[in-house]
Design a protein around this ligand. Structure first.
Ligand SMILES: [Zn+2]
Length: 410
């Protein structure tokens, strides 16, 4: 299994699949289609059935049941795109066998070192085979490790027909990193009762709680007058925007919160005296606190409009996604089976809230409960990204065990 995982992962990361928020197409970049076509060919070659790719680049395939028992259809999903934060062009994976717990020099020339002094979690991987970058790109473990593990698990189940399972569906999807992954995902065509995204981090990760999320776009409309004759005439929109920021609770910021704490976060700020535009994201796990945060933004806008004048602030507030906990809790078996699968493999499940969203969060609200499983990767979205092959094996076995358990419990 180890060689299969390494071979597949290495071939997937060679294709640059960074998504692009500025592109209106789906997938947003042609590299994603290149990889999707490669995955279609590979799914067929390992013996998967009903292998399809739709016009938006969503790949789906079926592993038919090998049991007569009535078993729910279970799905596994991973996204083919990689993050926009750091270049994904020319990924050149490096291998560290039997990691000794010391510094890993990623790039000697540029003195880029992956060190347990900065990343103490590295010490959990002593003795593992690690895959790292060469220091000049991201790795793309997010989420090509998930793609690799699902593909390898299906291959394994096909090779080991003595393991009984119901119908399994797999999907490889585009544009997760720009938040569009679920938008064109055809839940009906997928036809699963439950699904899992294989898009998490370190060993044991089992996630079904995520933020409720909204975006607030604010446009502050000032009035520019020559500064030499501006007295009692000028309204400086930059100062209005700063005033707004100062009304927000200073401690409710991403840099000052963790665990289940929510926040307001100014993401972009641009403007001049005449007009300033600020985009905030608003996050909270708790639905009531989430609604209260949105209400506070609206009230603050109203308050400042009284101060600066009617129509001087434009607010566009829109919800982005919701905490999937509310959905998954109504279908507890999707969580319980994954938990039991890990236990059966001597993996201690790490059930932690996701301080972000996943495709599964949106898909859960589209009617398909979809928690998230670990992949074995760390430090996503940058040059320090790395992946444990030992934990990739465990992630693959977890997928196999989940498929088996749904049959056993049917
Ligand atoms: Zn991901």
């Amino acid at each position: 299994m180890k060689e299969d995982l390494i071979r597949r992962f290495t071939s997937y990361v060679k294709v640059n699949t960074q998504s692009d928020d500025d592109s209106p197409s789906c997938p947003s970049t042609p590299g994603q289609l290149t990889l999707a076509r490669q995955l279609v060919a590979e799914l067929k070659s390992i013996g998967m059935q009903e292998v399809t790719m739709d016009e938006n680049g969503y790949v789906m395939a079926t592993l038919p049941a090998n049991t007569d028992r009535a078993t729910p259809v279970v799905g596994f999903m991973a996204h083919v795109d990689t993050a926009t934060d750091f270049t994904g062009d020319g990924v050149n994976p490096q291998f560290v066998e039997n990691y000794d717990g010391g510094d890993i020099v990623l790039n000697k020339e540029r003195n880029i070192v992956l060190s347990p002094k900065t990343f103490p979690e590295l010490l959990n991987y002593k003795g593992h085979t690690l895959i790292t970058t060469d220091g000049t790109t991201l790795l793309g473990a997010d989420d090509k490790s998930g793609v690799t593990e699902i593909m390898t698990a299906m291959d394994y189940l096909i090779q080991h027909s003595e393991i009984k399972h119901g119908k399994v569906r797999v999907a490889f999807t585009p544009d997760e990193e720009i938040g569009r992954g679920p938008h064109k995902f055809d839940v009906k065509a997928f036809g699963a009762s439950f699904a899992y995204t294989v898009d998490g981090g370190a060993l044991g990760g089992l996630e079904y709680e995520n933020f409720n999320a909204a975006e607030a776009k604010l446009i502050f409309k000032g009035s520019n007058v020559h500064p030499g004759s501006a007295k009692n005439k000028m309204l400086n929109s930059i100062k209005m925007a700063v005033d707004f920021q100062n009304q927000l609770p200073a401690e409710e910021a991403p840099e000052l919160t963790d665990g289940y704490e929510g926040f307001y976060h100014p993401l972009t700020f641009s403007g001049d005296v005449e007009q300033t535009k600020v985009v905030y994201i608003i996050r909270d796990f708790d639905k009531n606190k989430f609604e209260a945060k949105k209400a506070f933004v609206q009230e603050t806008v109203q308050k400042l409009e009284k101060k600066y004048g009617e129509g001087t602030i434009e607010l566009q507030l829109k919800d982005q996604y919701y905490n999937m906990k509310n959905i998954v809790e109504q279908h507890k078996e999707v969580f319980d089976v994954a938990y039991q699968a890990m236990k059966n493999l001597d993996i201690e499940p790490q059930v932690l809230p996701i301080r972000g969203g996943t495709d599964g969060a949106q898909i859960s609200y589209m009617g398909l409960p979809t928690p998230n499983l670990f992949t074995g990767g760390e430090n996503f979205h940058g040059k320090y990204e790395y992946l444990s092959v030992n934990d990739m094996i465990k992630a693959t076995k977890t997928i196999v065990e989940i498929a088996r358990l749904f049959e056993e419990q049917a």
